[in-house]
Write a protein that binds this ligand. Structure first.
Ligand code: HEM
Ligand code: HEM
Length: 183
């Protein structure tokens, strides 16, 4: 039940998936909102929360990947090859982006001359010095990467909804990630 098997994702993998999904969707929305805000003490406070949430995402993804590789993955044998390849590429891209974005955010914070504290509690040593010109460049990159993540996520979401509502979930792809008991 807790561990994944060849038929379904286990409870822990599902909690990781949906927990990270909620955090990442919130982080993208708040981040994109930050992009359009003028600097103010209120924005400073939002950036602080954004950093706490962002480092929580990085921690969760590291734990999630550890769990993922210590469990079997549900089998995809009946799923057509083209779906398997497309979903595999999207899953790898999603993982890469949700690791790369928090790392980028940390580099961004250091080049801005600030510290990064994991969950706002444990300050990390600065791996790169203050560099305000690079800060502006990285900020643009951080924003573009978020748009790429958003686009990748929307393809993933469309794939999930396709299986659920158009395909009648005939391969059980939706069911094996859902919390509903399998019938
Ligand atoms: C709310 C929208 C979402 C829905 C409806 C959804 C749906 C699903 C479903 C049904 C699966 C199972 C696919 C399978 O077993 O082959 C899955 C897997 C996966 N999802 Fe999502 N998902 C959502 C959000 C996200 C987000 C925001 C991320 C990350 C940014 C994400 C990353 C993944 C990854 C990486 C897998 C593959 C599992 C693994 O290999 O560890 N999902 N998703
Ligand atoms: C999945 C994780 C993350 C996403 C999707 C994300 C997304 C974004 C977006 C869209 C912006 C607005 C950029 C702009 O103003 O053009 C932003 C700003 C920022 N992010 Fe992130 N971020 C993430 C993680 C992090 C982390 C972990 C940190 C640092 C620990 C961080 C630090 C910052 C900072 C300092 C800014 C403000 C830049 C400014 O307005 O001066 N981010 N983020």
């Amino acid at each position: 039940m807790y561990k994944s098997d060849h038929n379904s994702w286990g409870l822990i993998a599902k909690i990781f998936h949906w927990g990270v999904a909620v955090f990442v969707i919130m982080q993208m929305s708040f981040g994109i909102n930050l992009h359009f805000m003028e600097f103010s003490p209120f924005k400073g406070m939002l950036i602080n929360n954004h950093k706490i949430f962002g480092t929580a995402i990085l921690l969760l993804v590291i734990l999630r990947l550890g769990w993922r590789f210590s469990n079997p993955k549900p089998s995809n044998k009946e799923v057509p090859m083209i779906h398997r390849i497309a979903s595999g590429v999207i899953h790898v891209l999603l993982y890469l982006l949700i690791i790369w974005l928090p790392i980028q955010g940390m580099l961004l914070t250091w080049t801005g001359g600030y510290d990064v504290a994991i969950l706002g509690l444990f300050t990390l040593p600065r791996l790169i010095g203050e560099n305000l010109a690079f800060y502006e460049e990285l900020k643009g990159f951080h924003y573009t990467s978020t748009l790429i993540l958003l686009f990748t996520f929307l393809i993933h979401l469309a794939g999930g909804l396709y299986h659920r509502y158009i395909d009648g979930d005939k391969y059980g792809i939706w069911k094996r990630m859902s919390f509903k008991k399998r019938s």
